[in-house]
Every structure is written in C-alpha cells, then in structure tokens.
Design a protein around this ligand. Sequence first.
Ligand code: HEC
Length: 120
Amino acid sequence: MRAAAALAALLCASAAGAEDTARFEAAFKSCRPCHSLTPGKGSTAGPHLGGLKERVLGSAEGYDYSPGFQAARRQGLRWDAQRLAAYLDDPDAVVPGGWMSRPGGLSADDRAALVDHLLR
Ligand code: HEC
C-alpha cells in the first residue's frame, strides 16, 4: 500500500515536471529571437543564457553589455531566483538603463517556469 502511494506520488511529480518543461519551452519562445541557451551559439541580439545559476550579471563572454550591466558586473551581483523574477517583471528596476525591455505576454506561471529552468 505504502509503495503504491509512493509510486503515485512519484508519477505525479514527474508529470508536473513535464508540464513545467512544456511551459518553459513555450515561454522561452519569446526570448529566443534574442537569447540562446548555449554559450557561443544562436542569437547575438542578447547574451546567451546558459549556466545562469549564480552567474555574475553581465558576464557572458563576447557580449557587449549596456553600462548598467557593466556596473552590475563590477559590483559582482549574481543571478538568483528573486533577482531573475524581478528582472523579468521589470528589467529597469533591477538594472537601470539596461537595453532589454519588459518581456510582454508572460503570466506569473510563465515567469516562474522561466526562473526555475534558467537557474537549474
Ligand atoms: C528583443 C530582444 C530581447 C528579448 C525578446 C529578450 N531579451 Fe533578455 N536581453 C536582451 C538584451 C539586449 C540584453 C542585454 C541588456 C543590456 O546589456 O542592458 C538582455 C539581457 C538579459 C538577461 C541578463 C543576462 C546576463 O548576462 O546577465 C537575462 C537574464 C535575460 N535577458 C532574460 C530574458 C528572458 C528570460 C527573455 C524572455 C522572456 C528575454 N530576456 C527576452 C534582449 C532581449
């Protein structure tokens, strides 16, 4: 009985995981024109977003950031869940004068899925 309950819990957790991933994929479509998830690959309009967990703001190699991001980098600020959620909600509030405008059309759940996956 206990094993069955544990199995059911496990199945539910992995179904929720797949749903999260689908939500992330859908939400990230709006970022892809400007961001790649792979260092050195894809779009050059914005910095790549690979390995964002604890990455210093404005530190993707080869990307020429705005002065706002360069200042954040000098301060050694790092990405964490709180900062990334705030940035997606209002980029200018986290990095004043940065070049990215507020991503439109995202629900709170979309933003949560983006934060969760980008910081894995
Ligand atoms: C129209 C292009 C564009 C779109 C669409 C866009 N961004 Fe950006 N993003 C940028 C630019 C340009 C920068 C660099 C900003 C600067 O230097 O001020 C940036 C910076 C960032 C950074 C900081 C990265 C670092 O190296 O510190 C994150 C995180 C980010 N974007 C996430 C996202 C996410 C998530 C989405 C989708 C919801 C998104 N962006 C959509 C253009 C875009």
